[in-house]
Design a protein. Structure first.
Length: 133
C-alpha cells in the first residue's frame, strides 16, 4: 500500500519544440490499485515545478515571501538600529536558496524580484525616519 496517496502525482514535461510531442494524452498510471493523477504544477520542497519548466511562478512566490518577511521585520523591529536591521534582513529575508535553480524565466518576472528587493530595503530602513518626523 502506498503511503500518502494524495501526495503522489505524475507530471509530463512539455518538450522544447512542438515537433517533439510524443502524445497529447497518456494512460492512467496505477500503483497498488491507486490511480495517480496528472498535474501541471507541483510544490516540492517549497519550490513550484511546472510542466512547461518555467520558473516565473516560483519567482513570484519568492517575491510574496520577501514582502511578507520584510513586513514582519518592520513591524517587530522598527526601533532597532540599522546594524541590527541589516543582520536581520540578511539572515531572514535574503534566503533565496533555490534561486540558483532558476534558468527559464521572463525578464519582467526577474525585474519584479529586483523591484521587490529594493522596496523591502526602503521599507525596513526608511520607516524609522518617517516615524520620527
Amino acid at each position: 500500500m502506498i503511503r500518502h496517496e494524495n501526495k503522489t502525482v505524475c507530471m509530463v514535461f512539455q518538450p522544447n519544440h512542438r515537433s517533439q510531442i510524443v502524445s497529447v494524452s497518456f494512460p492512467q498510471l496505477r500503483l497498488c490499485n491507486f490511480c495517480i493523477k496528472y498535474v501541471e504544477s507541483f510544490k516540492y520542497l517549497g519550490r513550484i515545478i511546472l510542466c512547461n519548466r518555467k520558473d516565473n511562478d516560483d519567482i513570484q512566490r519568492e517575491v510574496c515571501n520577501l514582502f511578507m518577511r520584510t513586513n514582519m521585520l518592520v513591524r517587530l523591529f522598527i526601533n532597532c538600529s540599522h546594524k541590527v536591521k541589516i543582520i536581520l534582513f540578511r539572515s531572514y529575508c535574503v534566503c533565496l536558496y533555490d534561486s540558483c535553480l532558476w534558468s527559464n524565466y521572463t525578464d519582467g518576472c526577474l525585474s519584479k524580484l529586483k523591484l521587490c528587493y529594493h522596496k523591502c530595503i526602503k521599507m525596513l530602513f526608511l520607516v524609522l525616519r518617517e516615524v520620527t518626523v
